[in-house]
Design a protein around this ligand. Structure first.
Ligand code: MG
Length: 161
């Protein structure tokens, strides 16, 4: 059985007056992330990792921010729409590993919920999803707390063909 690997990266700017959505969870904070959808930078990185593993392009091409139906969308919808493209190709999610880089808020209390929500969106066991959080040690735009970035790696296993 062959395994395919993809990497995803995303970053979004903070804005006041928006809920902060990260890896499918609403995290209490003074600011949320700007985006046409809910701005869930972690799930966007996951979608790009899945699309990368399948060589299917990227999230901007599949879910353009000019599309009215994605306005304010729960980013779990992007994950599910991506899975619908993988299934017919005989590709299933193996595992996903996410790193979220945020100076604040502290994300440790939310890791378990983020793993569970991401696993639910992916249709896999929570044990197949890793979520890690790091600060940027005060350096650069991430260190100044201007926004949040996320990296994700995903593996796909061939189920048929
Ligand atoms: Mg994004």
């Amino acid at each position: 059985m062959s395994t395919r690997v993809g990497i995803g990266y995303d970053s979004h700017r903070f804005a006041a007056g928006r809920p902060l959505r990260l890896a499918g969870v609403t995290v209490p904070h003074t600011h949320g992330l700007v985006g046409h959808s809910d701005g869930d930078v972690a799930l966007h990185a996951v979608v790009d990792a899945l699309l990368g593993a399948a060589a299917l392009g990227d999230i901007g091409a599949l879910f353009p921010d000019t599309e009215p139906r994605w306005k304010g969308a729960d980013s779990a919808q992007f994950v599910r729409a991506t899975l619908e493209r993988l299934g017919p190709l005989g590709l299933a999610v193996g595992q996903v590993d996410i790193t979220i880089i945020a100076e604040r808020p502290k994300l440790a209390p939310h890791i378990a919920a983020m793993r569970a929500a991401t696993a639910r969106a992916l249709g896999v066991e929570p044990g197949a999803v890793s979520v890690k959080a790091k600060s940027n040690e005060g350096m650069g735009w991430l260190g100044r707390g201007e926004g949040i970035a996320a990296l994700a790696v995903a593996t796909l296993a061939r189920t048929s063909g």
